[in-house]
Design a protein. Structure first.
Length: 257
């Protein structure tokens, strides 16, 4: 399949049809992210037999396994970057892609993340950030905004969240970007570039969770959650012309390195 020719038929060859319907909740943004990853692979014309998808525990961990018709490594909680590092070092010819949630990647797995970025290990890490532990109970994560209601912050989160892009950029990552699942075409283009990057590539993807995040915060409607990203996110070029007051409460998206 040549580049930029992704179709429904060609993408179906990259998934395991027997696993559908998907186990993801209705309105979950992870399904949109899954489609974006597959479209990026398909538009590149890459052979899935030369790719390894590594995931941990959580909703995002179910994106590659069992859905992708490829080699997948479903690891222990917080350890996908560590396992992926071993695979990348053992077989440099592999295209190694980590897919995990913000709890899996940034909390229990945070130390692995910063050291893989520091070493500039050749892999792509996609963090599906829904700002909550979705599958494992709805607890607070390192990216949960101040004031957000979770299972462990019933009166609202009081801790400032990590900016994961700044974190990995400071640690030494050579490719850093952020989009939401609302920004689907820029996201696909960025994933294609990240996959081809020689070094450590990190892509944060804001993804709505209507079940755990939405219900607790009076925003369980999937359409409203997507429209929230439209209003919340500001492209990097536009953000550069805005004041700190205008950017308050906004999330800057784009490619940062």
């Amino acid at each position: 399949m040549s580049a930029n020719t992704a179709t429904t038929t060609s993408i179906r060859q990259l998934i395991r049809p027997e696993v559908f319907p998907s186990t993801m909740c209705p309105g979950c943004g992870h399904g949109i992210l899954m489609g974006a990853i597959l479209r990026a692979v398909d538009e590149l014309g890459w052979d899935m037999r030369r790719m390894l998808f590594v995931s941990g525990i959580g909703c995002a961990g179910w994106i590659p396994s069992p859905h992708f018709a490829a080699d997948t490594l479903h690891t222990t909680h917080g350890r996908p970057v560590a396992f992926a590092t071993g695979a990348a070092l053992f077989n440099p010819e592999l295209h190694v892609v980590v897919i995990g949630g913000d709890g899996d990647i940034a909390a229990i797995g945070g130390n692995h993340l910063i050291h893989a970025a520091r070493r500039n290990v050749h892999m792509t890490v996609i963090c599906a950030n829904n700002q909550i532990y979705g599958m494992t109970g709805g607890q607070v994560t390192p990216t949960t905004d101040i004031g957000t209601i979770t299972a462990t912050t019933p009166k609202g989160n009081e801790e400032p969240p990590f900016d994961l892009c700044r974190l990995v950029e400071g640690a030494g990552a050579s490719f850093v970007a952020r989009w939401s699942v609302y920004h689907i075409r820029p996201l696909i283009r960025t994933l294609k570039d990240a996959f081809q990057h020689a070094g450590f590539a990190f892509v944060e993807v804001l993804s709505p969770c209507p079940t755990q995040w939405g219900r607790r915060n009076q925003l369980a409607d999937p359409v409203a959650l997507l429209e929230r990203y439209k209003d919340l996110c500001v492209p990097k070029d536009r953000a550069a012309k805005m004041t700190a007051e205008e950017l308050a409460g906004k999330v800057v998206v784009g490619r940062f390195r």
